[in-house]
Design a protein around this ligand. Structure first.
Ligand SMILES: [Zn+2]
Length: 151
């Protein structure tokens, strides 16, 4: 998923930047219903590699909610990776939830994931519906690019 250049209110941004000591045992932001620590935290904080493109996609969504630019860039294919993401721009978007609609491995090292991510900017709700492309390089799934579906 690309950085979405819209913005939420300042209070939300401050909340999102608060150190999240409770995060480990909280439900993972990706919506899996598992604790963060047993879900995307394995990839974001413990250096594990996602086994499927869907796991990587979920962990990248979680990284957006936590403003983990380091992780987002590290899991982006070098051919399409931007130099920087402006995740700390004020005000930032508030992520509300993720629904993965489809995960299809189209070749041994290629996959697509279709998802809807919901977010708010200045109190207004938006939906990002995207089909993302992933490739596996040296055993590591990487985000390549995506098509945004207009609804
Ligand atoms: Zn997760």
């Amino acid at each position: 998923m690309r950085a979405v250049l819209h913005y939420a209110d300042k209070q939300t941004a401050l909340y999102m930047n608060t150190p999240t000591t409770h995060l480990k045992t909280s439900p993972c932001p990706c919506g899996s219903a598992k604790p963060y620590e047993n879900c995307c935290g394995r990839y974001l904080d413990h250096g594990e590699s996602a086994v499927t493109a869907e796991q990587l996609m979920r962990s990248r969504y979680t990284a957006y909610t936590l403003k983990r630019e380091d992780y987002l860039l590290a899991t982006w294919h070098p051919d399409t990776r931007p130099a920087t993401l402006e995740l700390t721009g004020q005000p930032a978007q508030q992520w509300l939830g993720l629904t993965v609609k489809r995960h299809e491995q189209t070749a041994s090292d290629q996959a697509i994931v279709e998802f809807v991510a919901r977010y708010k900017i200045n109190g207004r709700a938006h939906r990002l519906h995207e089909i993302s492309r992933f490739v596996r390089k040296d055993g590591q799934w990487l985000y390549v690019d995506g098509d945004i579906l207009r609804e």
